[in-house]
Design a protein around this ligand. Structure first.
Ligand code: PEP
Length: 228
């Protein structure tokens, strides 16, 4: 399985270095681990590990002060990048148009996008979430060659960092639609942890997990991996 570790905006340089030191002793079995630290630490990740960026600029290289381009990130050895994470859309006011530009930047700079897609609690409750997710995905992928390599992470927005996890049946409505429609690897993300992994790993049509909170705590992550 794929296990992607989104550190979000956590860790000082020293904290990350001691995390990486302890990470060497993690038993990752045969899972494909993807480290996703703050972009400023990408060059600290040993080259034998697979790593990703949490975001890329929607702009190409040029006069865009403060932006970090997909090309620069690729040149640091990242293989993947998250695109459309809900913390960008709900907390940083980005929209699907911006995410689409970022997706195009990732593709044209040889970064494999991990496209995050999710529903709000309201959308989930009114039962229209599967259609809404398909609509958003189709918009992001319009004019894009579907044979390109990408991964999709289904992340219910209300599940991220909250401890609220939808039922497996609810998750499967989305993961099965995503698998049948796009034929790509599918991750689940949203409060997955060492306590609920026994249940979550039964979800059909998933190829792995995108982890936030638990990715920072290596003993819990080890327990998660032992059960996966
Ligand atoms: C995430 O940020 O992508 C995520 C899944 O976070 P958490 O595991 O903390 O819910």
């Amino acid at each position: 399985m794929i296990v992607a570790l989104n550190h979000k905006s956590n860790f000082t340089k020293e904290e990350l270095l001691s995390y990486l030191d302890a990470y060497k002793n993690l038993n990752t079995y045969n899972h494909e681990m993807i480290l996703i630290p703050s972009v400023c630490y990408l060059s600290l990740i040993p080259s034998n590990l697979t790593y990703a960026s949490q975001d890329v600029s929607s702009k190409d290289m040029g006069a865009y002060t403060g932006e970090v381009t997909a090309k620069a990130i690729r040149s640091l050895g990242a293989k993947y990048t998250l695109i459309n994470h809900s913390e960008r859309t709900t907390k940083m006011n980005e929209n699907l148009d911006i995410s689409k530009q970022k997706l195009e930047q990732a593709f044209s700079n040889d970064l494999i996008p991990i496209i995050c897609i999710g529903d709000s609690l309201e959308e989930h409750k009114n039962g229209e979430y599967v259609d809404k997710i398909k609509k958003d995905m189709d918009y992001l992928l319009s004019d894009i060659d579907k044979s390109k390599d990408f991964i999709i992470a289904y992340e219910p927005i209300f599940a991220i960092g909250t401890g609220i996890v939808p039922t497996n049946e609810d998750i499967e409505k989305v993961t099965t639609m995503l698998k049948e429609t796009y034929h790509k690897k599918i991750l689940y993300g949203g409060s997955a942890n060492e306590k609920n992994i026994d249940e979550l790993k039964q979800v059909k049509d998933i190829d792995g997990f995108l982890l936030g909170g638990i990715s920072l705590k290596l003993p819990s992550l080890q327990e998660f991996l032992n059960k996966l």
